[in-house]
Design a protein around this ligand. Structure first.
Ligand SMILES: *[C@@H]1O[C@H](CO)[C@@H](O)[C@H](O)[C@H]1NC(C)=O
Ligand SMILES: *[C@@H]1O[C@H](CO)[C@@H](O)[C@H](O)[C@H]1NC(C)=O
Ligand SMILES: *[C@@H]1O[C@H](CO)[C@@H](O)[C@H](O)[C@H]1NC(C)=O
Ligand SMILES: *[C@@H]1O[C@H](CO)[C@@H](O)[C@H](O)[C@H]1NC(C)=O
Ligand SMILES: *[C@@H]1O[C@H](CO)[C@@H](O)[C@H](O)[C@H]1NC(C)=O
Length: 366
């Protein structure tokens, strides 16, 4: 990764769901309005969008607040941030309502850090930050969900249909024409080479990785301005997650089916989390030469036992049958997430970091 970027680079990580990296390079089109706010200048010929605006208070949220320490609050006034049926880019894996999920409260929770508020997600500001840039999300199906969420969060703000989606396996590329901004998903579940690298044809039962071989993929990351990595699949040792019945509702048959409320309280960790390994990862990231930001979203996601796709999803490309839906113990998916849902919050946090980096990059290049 050292080869990736010149001067200022920042790497973000979402972990274990996403191990993220950010490399913000290039000249940014900003001017300083005053010392406490940055207004994003629109291209002179493009006046269809309101000028983006970044305040110092929003840009500094992640430097003065641990945004990963907080709780879920019910907020059906501002959540969900988009509608399942109005985003054409969602795959059937995540459209739980359309697939028959009867409850919808899982769409109404907002992440509230204990000592601050997350910046309000603004799609046009994000598109301006990404103007003439490429942001790439690299990982597995969990990461693909984060990418779908991100595309849904911004797509309705793009005026006049000047947006497109195209597939170039292992990539899915969303392009916002007027901003010349690309948001790319790159299928690469283990980051290193593996026998799961084919976006469609891969085994989940006998996975093999080739450690220390990143070049085959990383050559496609060169020149990308923002890299977001994720590592969920490293944490699975079998195709199902080790959830014991105490984690789910009494009588729930040891899975997440029928869960409608997040876990409350502040110290919950699921059996899938290893604090020891997470700590080791944080230590390694701290020692890297490239600036890495570790986005520690594990616990906030674990609180959301209500957010999984359960039986309202697909399996090997097909929606579950009525019979399969009636057997959540066998077919319930307690790994993937419904959209709108938890991955929207990962993106709100990613946005908070991008605001921070963009603001400070601008201020230091003045
Ligand atoms: C890495 O990040 C720190 C803190 O944000 C900053 O002080 C430092 O200059 C950065 N280093 C590089 C090489 O960008
Ligand atoms: C991640 O965040 C949680 C919740 O704030 C905290 O308990 C944990 O120590 C953090 N882990 C690391 C490695 O920073
Ligand atoms: C929001 O939740 C409150 C409290 O549960 C409820 O009274 C209200 O009808 C809900 N509003 C919407 C738009 O769902
Ligand atoms: C699953 O987690 C429980 C609780 O941590 C543990 O006791 C059990 O051994 C685990 N099961 C497997 C198969 O690892
Ligand atoms: C799901 O929840 C409903 C209502 O609480 C309950 O009647 C039903 O038995 C539950 N089903 C399972 C499989 O837990």
């Amino acid at each position: 990764m050292g080869s990736l970027s010149p001067s200022r680079s920042q790497v973000l990580s979402l972990f274990p769901f996403a191990l993220a990296s950010i490399l913000v390079i290039g000249i940014v089109k900003l001017y300083l309005e005053n010392s406490h706010s940055v207004r994003i200048r629109l291209h002179p010929a493009r006046r269809s969008y309101p000028a983006g605006f970044i305040s110092l208070s929003e840009a500094s949220v992640v430097s003065r607040c641990n945004v990963f320490d907080g709780k879920w609050v019910f907020d059906n006034a501002t959540r969900p941030l988009y509608r399942e049926q109005s985003c054409p880019y969602l795959t059937k894996q995540v459209t739980c309502k359309k697939n028959g999920r009867p409850d919808s409260l899982y769409q109404n929770w907002r992440w509230k850090p204990n000592s601050c508020e997350l910046p309000k997600f603004d799609a046009v500001t994000l598109l301006e930050i990404l103007r003439d840039k490429t942001m790439m999300l690299i990982g597995d199906s969990i990461q693909r969900t984060q990418w779908e969420s991100l595309v849904c969060l911004i797509q309705s703000s793009i005026i006049g249909g000047r947006k497109s989606l195209y597939r170039d396996p292992p990539m899915k590329i969303f392009y916002a024409e007027e901003f010349n901004a690309k948001i790319v998903f790159y299928w690469n579940p283990f980051v290193v080479e593996s026998n799961s690298d084919h976006a469609l044809k891969h085994t989940v039962y006998k996975r093999l990785v080739n450690l220390d071989t990143v070049a085959k993929h990383s050559k496609h990351w060169k020149g990308v301005d923002v890299l977001v990595f994720e590592s969920y699949v490293w944490w699975m040792y079998k195709p199902v997650i080790n959830a014991t019945s105490w984690e789910w509702r009494p009588g729930s048959d040891e899975n997440c089916f029928n869960e409608t409320h997040p876990i409350e309280g502040r110290t919950y960790w699921g059996t899938g989390s290893s604090l020891e390994i997470m700590g080791a990862v944080a230590d390694v990231l701290r020692e890297m030469k490239t600036n890495v930001t570790y986005m520690n979203i594990t616990q906030l996601s674990e609180f959301r036992k209500d957010g999984h796709t359960t039986v309202y999803t697909e399996r090997r490309g097909k929606l579950l049958t009525k019979e399969q839906k009636a057997d959540p113990k066998t077919y319930g998916d307690c790994i993937h997430w419904c959209l709108p849902g938890v991955p929207d919050t990962w993106n709100e946090i990613l946005y908070a970091y991008l605001l921070h980096d963009f603001y400070h990059l601008f201020n230091t290049t003045q």
